[in-house]
Design a protein around this ligand. Structure first.
Ligand SMILES: Nc1ncnc2c1ncn2[C@@H]1O[C@H](COP(=O)(O)OP(=O)(O)OP(=O)(O)O)[C@@H](O)[C@H]1O
Ligand SMILES: [Zn+2]
Length: 667
């Protein structure tokens, strides 16, 4: 009977108010009151058996049972009336009051007892799903050992400042987001990313650089609040205040996910907007049954009240929110953040799934494989300019060029590059020694240079591409210095993930890439995707998603680097490795916190299961109403009606809670 479980939340984004207090604070008290009501009811029944229905003690006991059973509902009804909300629960009180008015004290007591019991159990169950989320927040320790000079001071986590050095002992949880400055260890990050294998961490090489740009610090140095130190003592430098940590933000987002309505929920809300008044009209008409059939007014009145009980769509109201809550909580435990019912439901009916290439289907760690210096240019000149410029860029290719290029150069001094400009989807522009440098894919040079690439360089790049290499050329002033070829390895998990997705019935899988078509084809082929579109600009990715969407919901999965607009366009934008990227965390509808592609079939399977459970719940709750309305019209007792009504509400919630135990189907 808690249509309000849901309604109170939508009015109150923080969920502090309304229903939450039942789930936590008064939850137990509510149950005790209800049990008290049951005990009084039983006593009243025994007394009335021995001393007769009309004995004053029996009446008194029944009245006390009503009071105990109605206590919380009355308080809530008053609060709701004050907020001008019509609650289904209020109807229940009307029905009980009606029964009392007819002198059916025992029946009113039974109604209020069962109603309060159902309510308390339902709150308890919903509380379980919420607690599953809050358990996440509990992972963060309360205090941390902070180094102050030679001393270690135990400090409240809330008062940690950016720049503090925290000492973390083995088997302790990490108190803040930051990076390792001293010590090697291995950290169990399952709480955040869902990855079961501990990850090795070591100190950053350059503390000043890490401090200046903590978000670009590599995963092998970065640590997250709430994760568990598995091996040795380490010292970490705090890079975020406690309330800004990844963990805190995930908890916040999961909590607010509850308030984002799914399509089914919007539908049931709309349905109730017509259904509840219709029930009221029906009950009102039934008050006049004595006009048509030969019965006293009291019998008509009783029937009308019984119909009110039977028709309250409480189970219907809770059927979707309970499933969404459980589904979101289950996903969070696996390191997958789902921002609400809408993405959760949509993921279950995908028409197509689009993949970004770099960092999604591939490791995102390309290596330089070929260095092709142009005629009369030596390799050092080519690499020197390339490394100098790429050093300023944060493109995934740039890191590879800087790393492998510097290695090939040995200690050779680099030229100085300034004024970097990113030519998104194509390359870079900068200045070296007072002359413009362009670095980028072949197409870039047909745009900036009427002559285009020298034919021999173009041909050599083409042949590299046909071997599946990513390529770019370097032009300094009006001289072409040459080209560089790189290769990224497909993720080990990708092939089996694609197989699993296919087994789940996702037929259209497509890869979108800014890289050349040959590379796109090669990667797609090696992981088992049958369609690959290469040479796409970020806006082409958006257009492609839009076109796919004409036929149904489309999910796009990427790392948020060059594909944020496409992620935003897709019905469901899924970000990989979101624990390390604020942008990905904020913009995606679904965030795989870890860098683990295999969570994709998991979350799609979970979302299907959620849909199945929602559908079952809708049938069960509507079915119950459809049976109970005619049954009460034709004389079913109010007590029996309330039993079935509460039973169906609890059944629906229990069914939803099954999602908390969802496991991946084995492929
Ligand atoms: N910093 C850079 N240095 C060299 N070449 C670049 C750079 N940025 C882009 N390019 C060139 O432009 C192409 C497309 O780059 P873009 O960043 O759009 O790829 P993407 O769409 O992110 O790639 P993917 O599909 O692999 O994820 C690259 O393959 C490369 O040839
Ligand atoms: Zn109810």
């Amino acid at each position: 009977m808690s249509a309000h479980t849901h309604t109170s939340h939508q009015d109150d984004p923080h969920g502090e108010h309304g229903h939450d207090k039942h789930a936590h604070g008064t939850g137990n008290l509510e149950l005790w009151f209800s049990l008290l009501s049951g005990a009084l009811l039983l006593a009243g029944w025994i007394v009335s058996r021995s001393m007769g229905e009309d004995a004053l003690i029996a009446r008194g006991l029944y009245a006390a049972a009503c009071l105990a059973g109605a206590w919380f509902t009355v308080r809530e009804a008053i609060e709701n009336l004050r907020n001008r909300r019509l609650q289904i629960d209020t109807l229940m009180l009307v029905a009980a009051a009606g029964a009392i008015a007819l002198g059916h004290w025992g029946e009113a007591g039974l109604l209020l007892f069962l109603f309060s019991l159902g309510h308390a159990l339902e709150n308890y169950a919903m509380g379980r799903a919420r607690r599953a989320i809050e358990a996440l927040a509990q992972l963060r320790p309360e205090t941390a050992l902070v180094r102050r000079g030679q001393e270690l001071v135990e400090t409240q986590v809330e008062s940690l400042q950016v720049g503090d050095i925290v000492v973390v002992k083995p088997d302790e949880r990490i108190a803040a987001d930051g990076f390792v400055v001293i010590g090697d260890t291995s950290i169990d990050q399952s709480a955040i990313t869902g990855e079961s294998v501990p990850v090795d961490k070591r100190p950053v090489a350059d503390i000043v650089a890490a401090r200046a740009n903590p978000d670009t610090v590599g995963a092998e140095h970065r640590v997250f609040a709430g994760t568990l130190n598995r091996a040795h003592v380490v010292e970490i430098e705090v890079s975020r205040r406690a309330d800004q940590s990844t963990l805190s933000r995930v908890v916040e987002m999961v909590k607010s996910a509850e308030n984002q309505k799914s399509p089914t929920q919007l539908f049931t809300d709309r349905f109730q907007r017509y259904f509840v008044p219709a029930v009221l009209v029906l009950a009102f008409l039934l008050l006049f049954a004595w006009v048509v059939i030969d019965e006293p007014f009291s019998a008509s009145f009783y029937r009308a009240m019984a119909v009110l009980v039977a028709a309250s769509p409480c189970a219907l109201a809770i059927s979707t929110p309970s499933a969404v809550l459980s589904g979101v909580a289950r996903a969070a435990r696996a390191g997958v953040l789902i921002k609400g019912g809408a993405p959760l439901e949509r993921l279950g009916v995908l028409h197509a799934l689009a993949f970004d290439k770099t960092g999604t289907l591939t490791e995102g760690q390309p290596r330089v494989t070929d260095v092709l210096a142009a005629e009369n240019i030596n390799e050092e000149t080519l690499l020197g300019v390339a490394v100098a410029v790429e050093r300023l860029s944060d493109h995934p290719l740039a890191a590879a060029v800087v790393r492998d290029g510097s290695e090939r150069l040995g200690g050779t001094a680099l030229p100085v590059a300034i004024n970097l400009q990113s030519l998104t989807g194509k390359g870079l522009r900068a200045e070296v020694d007072g002359q413009v440098v362009h670095i980028g894919k072949r197409a870039l040079f047909t745009e900036i240079d009427t002559a285009g690439l020298p034919p021999d360089l173009d041909a050599r790049m083409l042949s590299l591409e046909s071997e599946g290499r990513t390529t770019f050329a370097v032009k300094h002033g009006d001289r072409y210095l040459g080209a560089i070829g790189l290769m990224d390895t497909p993720r080990a998990a990708a092939t089996s993930v694609i197989v699993q997705l296919r087994a789940l019935g996702i037929r259209q899988m497509i890869m979108l890439s800014g890289d050349n078509q040959q590379v796109a084809d090669a990667v797609a082929k090696s992981v088992g995707i049958d369609r690959a579109l290469g040479n796409l600009m970020p806006e082409d990715k958006v257009t492609t998603i839009r076109e796919l969407q004409a036929a149904g919901d489309v999910a796009m999965i990427g790392d948020g680097v060059n594909d944020a607009p496409a992620l935003a366009m897709a019905s469901v934008g899924i970000a990989m490795g979101a624990a390390g990227s604020d942008v990905a965390l904020e913009t995606a509808d679904v965030a795989l916190m870890g860098d683990d592609l295999s969570k994709l079939p998991f979350v799609i399977g979970l979302s299907r299961q959620t849909r199945r459970i929602i559908r079952q719940n809708l049938w069960a709750s509507l079915g119950m109403v459809v049976i109970l309305i005619p049954a009460t019209i034709f004389g079913l007792k109010m007590g029996v009606a309330v039993l079935f009504h509460e039973g169906s509400t609890l059944l629906v919630v229990a069914n939803a809670l099954r999602l908390l135990a969802y496991r991946e189907p084995q492929a």
